[in-house]
Design a protein around this ligand. Structure first.
Ligand code: PLP
Length: 430
């Protein structure tokens, strides 16, 4: 399978090169040259297939010949070694829990898949690949964990000192091996600016193969389509039209859901639920795409002012706003509304949602006001314990700490403190 740049000013590349490069030389996102729908039979017998079989059937066309079938199956088995349960909440409302992985964030699957692919591609290469990421919290932990111990790949994570939660910091700084945490004296935006500068620094590029690990990378983005197939497998017995509500920040997850639909999965509608960072809801209403600086919220993994994957969604719908509107609705919610939803889910349904999942729930309920005859699934993208303070305060109850988290809390933090770009550069060239 080849991938072309959405900016159309760079040559098409193989899956392998798209993964290694991350972004095209013309700064465009890569997109697969063709999408071949899966058979009707696949969807009619999906509830008899294992998650591994479903994932392999869905992803193999996007990988093509770059990874042999047996290796791809091994990668899938290593990536998908935990559950993705659909938990009923109300009549016609359920949640797909994506937080049962090693760092309890849905980014585990994409991060692991990308890590395994890069690890495979760097076999037999003498030079190592360095993955450089800036994180405001969740991404870093999933990336660090996914790449831990992968040969030929070094990971350098920048995070803002004092601005991530204790749990998140431990997840970033206690792994060791090929993972290094750089603790930046500054904000997340400072970290991000340093990373961007590094990708343009010819001294660095001459000396090392640098790549990023965010959801613009096709190997992080595409495997997220598995979630929607796993949810469908657990829900076809409902006999109603299925809709998905996805709490969205960079719009990678929802775009992967739309890819599952392109593969032929029967989905009636998608809802992109956001916090007050409402560039996309605003666009859907007015047709005007106006990026703006992000606003801090309690669902901070979605504090994005210019969602990088939305361009892929526009591309799928040939930039036709009416076609997007037919298949996707988008709503934004305030922190106050999010907290009310968390309280309601807890009181009335005995369900503890994290702030991101609660935004997804709100989006679903809003759409169902006008479309009550649907079966709705909202995605729960992080375990509530990842947002401990706000969840405990909102539902007025202490949470138990899961074993995965307990394990890292006792480990010793190791980070290297830096303040300037020069220090980052010196570290990378050491
Ligand atoms: C990253 C993230 C999101 C947003 O996903 P996108 O693919 O960027 O839209 C939502 N919830 C949590 C917990 C996240 O970490």
């Amino acid at each position: 399978m080849n991938y072309y740049s959405l900016n159309k000013k760079a040559p098409s590349v193989s899956f392998k090169d798209a993964v290694i490069k991350g972004i095209a030389p013309d700064k465009g996102l890569y997109f697969p040259e063709s999408i071949t729908p899966l058979t009707h039979e696949f969807f009619s017998i999906i509830d008899s297939l294992s998650n591994h079989e479903i994932a392999y059937t869905a992803i193999k066309q996007f990988v093509g010949d770059d990874i042999p079938a047996s290796k791809l199956k091994d990668i899938i088995a290593a990536v998908l070694d935990f559950d993705f349960p659909v938990v009923p909440i109300e009549e016609n409302v359920a949640t797909l829990e994506l937080f049962h992985g090693p760092t309890m964030a849905f980014k585990d699957v994409g991060a692991r898949f990308m890590a395994q692919c890069l690890g495979y591609f760097s076999q037999g290469n003498n030079s190592e690949v360095t993955v450089l990421v800036a994180t405001s919290g969740d991404t870093g932990g999933a990336v660090a964990n996914g790449f831990l111990g992968v040969k030929g790949v070094n990971v350098v994570i920048l995070y803002p000192s004092g601005k991530v939660s204790d749990i998140q910091e431990k997840q970033l700084t206690t792994l060791g091996k090929n993972i290094t945490a750089l603790e930046v004296n500054g904000t997340f935006d400072d970290c991000q600016a340093m990373v961007k500068k590094a990708f343009l620094d010819s001294d660095l590029l001459k000396n090392m193969q640098l790549t990023s690990a965010n959801s613009i990378n096709v190997a992080r983005w595409l495997p997220q389509l598995f979630y929607f197939l796993f949810a469908y497998k657990q829900s076809i017995a409902k006999g109603k039209e299925i809709i998905f509500s996805i709490p969205s920040g960079n719009f990678g997850n929802i775009c992967a859901g739309i890819m599952a639909q392109q593969l032929g999965m029967p989905v009636h509608h998608f809802i992109a639920a956001t916090n007050v960072n409402d560039v996309v809801p605003h666009f859907m209403e007015t047709g005007n795409y106006k990026p703006k600086p992000s606003t801090a919220t309690i669902s901070n993994a979605m504090d994005v002012g210019d969602p990088s994957n939305f361009i892929r969604i526009q591309h799928i719908y040939k930039n036709n706003l009416e076609s997007i509107r037919k298949n996707v609705s988008s709503y934004s919610f305030t922190d106050e509304e999010t907290k009310v939803a968390m309280k309601k889910l807890h009181k009335e349904h005995n369900y503890v949602a994290d702030p991101h999942g609660a935004v997804g729930y709100l989006g679903l309920k809003k759409y169902q006001e006008k479309h009550p005859d649907t079966y709705g699934i909202f995605l729960e993208t992080a375990h509530p314990v990842k947002f401990l303070d706000v969840v405990e305060e909102t539902i007025n109850q202490k949470l138990g700490i899961p074993a995965q988290i307990e394990k890292v809390m006792d480990k010793e933090k190791k980070s290297i403190k830096i303040s300037t770009y020069q220090e980052l550069k010196e570290y990378l060239l050491r």
